[in-house]
Design a protein around this ligand. Sequence first.
Ligand SMILES: NC(=O)C1=CN([C@@H]2O[C@H](COP(=O)(O)OP(=O)(O)OC[C@H]3O[C@@H](n4cnc5c(N)ncnc54)[C@H](O)[C@@H]3O)[C@@H](O)[C@H]2O)C=CC1
Ligand SMILES: O=C(O)C(=O)Cc1ccc(O)cc1
Length: 361
Amino acid sequence: MRTAAVVGTGLIGTSVALALTARGITVYLHDADSTAVRTAAALGAGLDEAPPAEVDLAVLAVPPGRIAAALKDCQDQGLAHSYTDVGSVKEQPLLDIEALRCDVSRYIGGHPLAGRERSGPFAARADLFDGRPWVLTPSKETDTETLNRALEMVALCRAVPVVMEPRAHDHAVALVSHAPHLVSALMAARFEDAADTATRLAGQGVRDVTRIAGSDPRLWIEILGANATAVADVLAGFADDLNETVTALRELAAEDDAKRRSGEEGIGGILRRGNVGHARIPGKHGAPAARYESVPVVVGDQPGELARLFGDVGIAGVNIEDMSIDHSPGRPAGLVELMVDPAAAEGLVVELRRKGWNVQR
Ligand SMILES: NC(=O)C1=CN([C@@H]2O[C@H](COP(=O)(O)OP(=O)(O)OC[C@H]3O[C@@H](n4cnc5c(N)ncnc54)[C@H](O)[C@@H]3O)[C@@H](O)[C@H]2O)C=CC1
Ligand SMILES: O=C(O)C(=O)Cc1ccc(O)cc1
């Protein structure tokens, strides 16, 4: 593949374009919004112009409800030999595509399982897809060349291809992406009228749980609208668990010993099931769930402190597998939690303390 077009230069389209451009592909950019396309071009994602000839692959990175119309337009104009999309749902867009009588032999559905809670080209990153699964949903009609070009694009974005049926994909993402999105929004909605005295105590846990609630509601109404039944099924089970949890909490607060014991069993059961479910989520880059050890370090809120800490961890020869920063309210310091290989943790603590760091272990 030498040339590509990206239609829709928001978060995902610009990220794909940045990755392809970085690997030497000539990328032509298009968006209904001329500011988005100019911004993407200025970020180095590709060319703000129409291609002089048919490109090898066009990537449709528009909201799910616009995929079919965009494919129809592009095919009518002869923009590309092959087409794929990045929509978060796969069955409804395919039905729309068939209804518009697009050439389905030159189309393959796609969905990178990577994203952010921010929209638009400024939020794009060339490494967004590194090591992430990228689902492809070839139909019986999809030709081999189109499949191969999509596979090449996934490889150039350094993602891992996973072939699935559209319906199986939609059920899977209802569980791992769409229902969690609503759970995050529901929890964040609790803070709508909360007192500042409460919200200013928020730490990393609540930030983790509510991060994706910061996403663009317009896009998510489309995503959820195209996968509503599967998401409702997941949340119905969640609602049952939630009701049982509330009952168990009321029992925990009761005077009666027998009720309190029943409450403890109920809450213990939910927390243990949570442990089991959490352990089933693969770790970074889709690898089996890894057990890292936490090394919490107090870091002063001043320029260069994080760089100095990371430098010292590097000198100690330890890889930071993951990290988070928790800002202490009203204090000029933060707690940086370094997640490292358990075998390296103790040595790192000794080395960091030797260099004067305040390690909270
Ligand atoms: N946001 C995320 O984290 C992820 C989103 N996706 C999917 O990627 C697609 C794009 O989402 P984002 O990049 O987040 O949205 P975005 O809002 O950042 O970008 C969408 C862009 O498409 C443009 N657009 C809309 N209709 C158009 C049309 N007919 N022709 C040309 N341009 C058009 C908009 O002007 C906008 O610039 C969606 O289908 C979404 O389901 C997939 C994985 C992750
Ligand atoms: O920000 C995150 O962690 C996400 O989960 C983003 C995301 C949003 C939509 C998708 O279809 C895939 C991934």
